[in-house]
Design a protein around this ligand. Structure first.
Ligand code: NAG
Ligand code: NAG
Ligand code: NAG
Ligand code: NAG
Ligand code: NAG
Ligand code: NAG
Ligand code: NAG
Ligand code: NAG
Ligand code: NAG
Ligand code: NAG
Ligand code: NAG
Length: 550
């Protein structure tokens, strides 16, 4: 048997290596093919195959003649994760296109070009769902020496204060019509691969998110009947949209796997545990899960070392953002009640995601991010009520920071309630006459102590370095704001408190706290803005939680 050497480490050397022997996921070894080095540049043109060039498809997939090493005939190296990367020609699709167009297939540019496959979630054979009840073989986040306990607060970089925005050009243009400046604009060949631990761990977190979305969208379709979807206001075309969004996720998982360096750097799909029982709960959960998926990326993409990775990541997250809005529409929520979408730190996204991953295969890559103690809003506004002001305590189903609102009794539900302003059937927009939340609302909270086993195989442990919680931080749109945490009590290992929903705006006419947004508990009320919010982590005592403000 042959195993492809790590492409991350080997791709430069591979340029001069022996002819390619590549492996597909069933373990069979294929003969070298002439098409292995076909490369595509980002304008869509396909270049001629070259025998030896190391080339990259613009999605980050590194196409190199593989270095092959004779491995032990018995079993693959421990932790090895392999997936098919071999481009192939879909002859049936090409012939079908030709037949539709009524011209020979050879006359259709690109029709016979090999295309890279999407990464298969079947590699791990995951089909089951539910909680994990085993003992982990390892625990805790990936870690190494830490140089300090907090990032210092420093003055601005003087270079960033020096530009004169007077409308004139201050430097010679490198070429006509191209103003001086920008990153990655000088003709250097793009390298579509993570460039630092920060990049790697951020994109790895993103891949964990793409994998759960792929499974979740399929699971929603498999769980409910056509009648149940119809009752929630969905047509057959709407259901196909969910299927299409699942297909998008397999593309995103492939892209992120490639940005991580291919099989050596990627991680396989896991087994998941979902908290919903009805269609409306499923969509409420999904609009929350995609919210932290999207916001998790907005929190780090501008900080990535690799601008090339940031470029492609943006192109997938733009799609993810549309998915989040569509799931709000399917849940009968107003599609976008904010002017700006917020970003959150990676450890916030990981804290929110981890409870829904029950176990991962032994060859999974582990994450370096923190899991904070769980936070829960006891009176989370119930988006399935036509009068959310009547939301009582504990009107959520299941567990975790994205637990969906429980469907209320028929007469109190807005699902299928055909009255304008009081309907939350799936729709392009549902105007709510009674808002889900309002400034001045009393919000009741409960939160856990640190030290709980969470996430895949219960193999991560919640922690905090904060002192006692004193504030609720509200993270929405461009702003963070704080409200005092009051009436703090503890009972049976759980902590309780309350706060008042603040009233802040980004700009006149845009109340900041609306939509599916984030709260957490902190020990201080330090100022953060969009680009330095991750400095809050040492001060987070519990959370985040997805507050359904609107
Ligand atoms: C082009 O820019 C990169 C940084 O973006 C820099 O490392 C490299 O030296 C530059 N190349 C030239 C030829 O100026
Ligand atoms: C997690 O559980 C799965 C299924 O039991 C097992 O294959 C895997 O090795 C476990 N991983 C860890 C890190 O314990
Ligand atoms: C909504 O519920 C609140 C709280 O029970 C109540 O005061 C209000 O009158 C209700 N609104 C309508 C339109 O029924
Ligand atoms: C809500 O749940 C909490 C525990 O999570 C419990 O302490 C509380 O009594 C419940 N409240 C009601 C009204 O059921
Ligand atoms: C909703 O009510 C309107 C007006 O009463 C009616 O025309 C429409 O058919 C109803 N829609 C549904 C889905 O029942
Ligand atoms: C939409 O809802 C708002 C309250 O959120 C209300 O002021 C407005 O009149 C409603 N418009 C329509 C067309 O129902
Ligand atoms: C959120 O936005 C919607 C739509 O504009 C509005 O009806 C609602 O009152 C807002 N909610 C809050 C809490 O500001
Ligand atoms: C934040 O802390 C400062 C100083 O302790 C205090 O003056 C201010 O009112 C606090 N802000 C909030 C929202 O609690
Ligand atoms: C919260 O604490 C304040 C002052 O200690 C007290 O007046 C108030 O009744 C408490 N509220 C609740 C809901 O317990
Ligand atoms: C919210 O953010 C905007 C844009 O950064 C800023 O202009 C505004 O002052 C902030 N508002 C608050 C209440 O922090
Ligand atoms: C974050 O940035 C803002 C300016 O945008 C600054 O006022 C604040 O002090 C910074 N916070 C920290 C903890 O560095």
């Amino acid at each position: 048997m042959f195993y492809k050497a790590s492409i991350v480490a080997g791709f430069i050397a591979a340029a001069h290596a022996a002819p390619a022997v590549s492996q597909i996921s069933d373990g069979q070894v294929q003969a070298p093919t002439a098409t292995a080095a076909v490369s595509q540049i980002s304008d869509g043109q396909v270049q001629a195959p070259t025998a030896t060039a190391v080339s990259q498809i613009s999605d980050g997939q590194i196409q190199a003649p593989a270095v092959t090493t004779a491995a032990s005939p018995s079993s693959p190296p421990f932790g090895y994760y392999s997936y098919n990367q071999q481009p192939s020609v879909d002859t049936a699709a090409a012939l079908s296109a030709a037949s539709y167009a009524g011209i020979p297939v050879s006359d259709i540019p690109g029709a016979l070009n090999p295309v890279a496959p999407v990464i298969s979630s079947q590699v791990t054979g995951v089909t089951s769902h539910g909680p994990y009840s085993g003992t982990p073989t390892t625990t805790g986040a990936v870690t190494t020496t830490a140089l300090a306990s907090e990032v210092p607060v420093l003055p601005p970089n003087p270079k960033e204060l020096g530009y004169n925005p007077d409308g004139l050009l201050h430097e010679p243009e490198p070429v006509p019509y191209q103003p001086a400046g920008g990153l990655g604009t000088n003709g250097t060949e793009p390298v579509y691969m993570v460039q630092s631990d920060f990049d790697y761990e951020s994109i790895l977190l993103g891949l964990y998110q793409e994998w759960i979305e792929l499974d979740l969208f399929h699971n929603i379709l498999a769980t409910f009947s056509e009648e149940e979807f119809t009752a929630a206001g969905l047509t057959a075309s709407d259901r196909f949209l969910i299927e299409f969004m699942a297909d998008q996720e397999s593309g995103h998982a492939t892209l992120l796997s490639n940005l991580l360096g291919g099989p050596g750097g990627a991680t396989p799909q896991c087994t998941y545990n979902y908290p919903f029982t009805t269609v409306h709960e499923a969509f409420d959960f999904t609009q929350k899960l995609t919210r932290f998926g999207e916001s998790g990326v907005w929190g780090f993409q501008a900080h990535l070392d690799s601008r090339e990775v940031a470029q492609l990541l943006d192109q997938s997250i733009a799609t993810e953002a549309r998915q989040q809005m569509i799931f709000r529409q399917f849940a009968g929520l107003f599609p976008m009640p904010v002017w700006f979408e917020t970003g959150i730190p990676q450890s916030w996204a990981w804290t929110l995601l981890a409870p829904y991953i029950s176990s991962c295969p032994s060859n999974s890559k582990r994450l370096a991010w923190q899991n904070f103690p769980g936070l829960n809003v006891l009176n989370q506004p119930n988006s399935a009520r036509w009068n959310a002001t009547q939301t009582g305590f504990n009107e959520t189903t299941g567990f975790g920071g994205a637990a969906p609102s429980t469907d209320p009794p028929a007469g109190e539900s807005c699902v299928g309630n055909n009255v304008t302003g009081f309907d939350c059937s799936a729709a392009i927009a549902q105007n709510r006459s009674i808002p889900l939340s309002y400034p001045g609302r009393t919000v009741y909270l409960e939160w856990e102590n640190p030290g709980k086993a969470v996430g895949p195989n219960n193999s991560y442990v919640t922690s905090t370095s904060a002192k006692a919680a004193e504030f609720v931080i509200w993270v929405s749109q461009l702003n963070v704001t704080y409200s005092p945490l009051t009436n703090i009590t503890s009972k049976d290992g759980m902590n309780y408190g309350m706060t008042i929903q603040p009233d802040v705006s980004t700009y006149e006419g845009d109340p900041a706290i609306n939509g599916t947004m984030f709260i957490a508990l902190t020990d201080a009320n330090i100022t953060y803005t969009a680009f330095n919010l991750s400095s809050v982590n040492p001060h987070v005592a519990a959370g985040p939680f997805l507050y359904q403000a609107g």
